[in-house]
Design a protein around this ligand. Structure first.
Ligand code: NAD
Length: 256
């Protein structure tokens, strides 16, 4: 279905990004990976799909490195058809104790990087007459939690950015939408389970149950595969008129 298309998934060496990259590759899209850590492991996970896999290690908090990533996409891969803005980090602290450097990093990676990839990818999508920009926001793009002011600000910002660019492109073949997951068991969330286990004197299973019960009525994690299949759906013609949506996949979190 996506043969002949090229997709950038930022932060795709792990977790949700890797799940989305796998789903897009399963449909035949060539993939440009990005992120830190186990790059070879991520590439190996795409090996079974018989698509072209490239990698650029841009730090998504650095505009000059993002420009270099987008230059590679344009000059060596023929431009991007699909951009999934997924790279993200979390930092948990009360606002009066929030390290200024962590605030800046959360906003830069979770929000500002999407501005840069979007402004740089859009001209070629518009000239081709087709494109998909999918922003991985969060339930925290729709509702807040205490101790996460930077993340909540970034994700609300990303949902707002999604709507604004969707309006600017509303009459074109480019759609812009946000996916808003609730809890997904990735390294980003395991850190929060570990912190909870330590604070409350719980084992991993009890801390996991406690984390889910607090926010996610289904008491089930969403999986990277489920989010990947939603991203694939957003690339189909059935989704041509879904524009500026913030789709929650959250076990009922924001219905409360
Ligand atoms: P993860 O920690 O497993 O993966 C994060 C990815 O981003 C990794 O590939 C990492 O290398 C990359 N990354 C981090 N900093 C980067 C930087 N400066 N430059 C480039 N890449 C960088 O986390 P995840 O849970 O898969 O999160 C992916 C996205 O989903 C994030 O935007 C996160 O906010 C969002 N999200 C996660 C959950 C969840 O429950 N896990 C819920 C809602 C939203």
């Amino acid at each position: 279905m996506l043969k002949g298309k090229t997709a950038l998934v930022t932060g795709s060496t792990s977790g949700i990004g890797l799940g989305i990259a796998r789903s897009l590759a399963r449909q035949g899209a060539d993939i440009l990976l990005n992120g830190f850590g186990d790059v070879e492991g991520a590439k190996a996970q795409l090996g079974e799909f018989n698509v072209k896999v490239s990698y650029h290690g841009a730090d998504m908090s650095k505009p000059a490195e993002i420009e270099d990533l987008m230059r590679l996409a344009k000059d060596e891969l023929g431009g991007l058809d699909i951009v999934v803005n997924n790279a993200g980090i979390q930092h948990v602290a009360a606002v009066e104790h929030f390290p200024v450097e962590r605030w800046d990093a959360v906003i830069a990676i979770n929000l500002t990087s999407a501005f840069h990839t979007t402004r740089l990818a859009l001209p070629s999508m518009l000239s081709k007459g087709w494109g998909r920009i999918i922003n991985v926001a969060s339930a925290h793009g729709l509702v807040a939690s205490a101790q996460k002011s930077a993340y909540v600000a970034a994700k609300h910002g990303l949902v707002g950015f999604t709507k604004s660019v969707a309006l600017e492109t509303a009459t074109t073949g480019v759609t812009v939408n946000a996916i808003c997951p609730g809890w997904v068991l990735t390294p980003l969330v395991q850190k929060q389970v570990d912190a909870r286990a330590q604070q409350m004197g719980l084992d991993n299973a009890a801390a996991t149950r406690n984390l889910l019960a607090e926010k996610q009525p289904s008491l089930q994690f969403t999986t990277p595969e489920q989010l990947g299949e939603l991203a694939v759906f957003l690339c189909t013609a059935a989704a041509d008129n879904i524009r500026g949506a913030a789709i929650n996949v959250d076990g009922g979190w924001v219905a409360q």
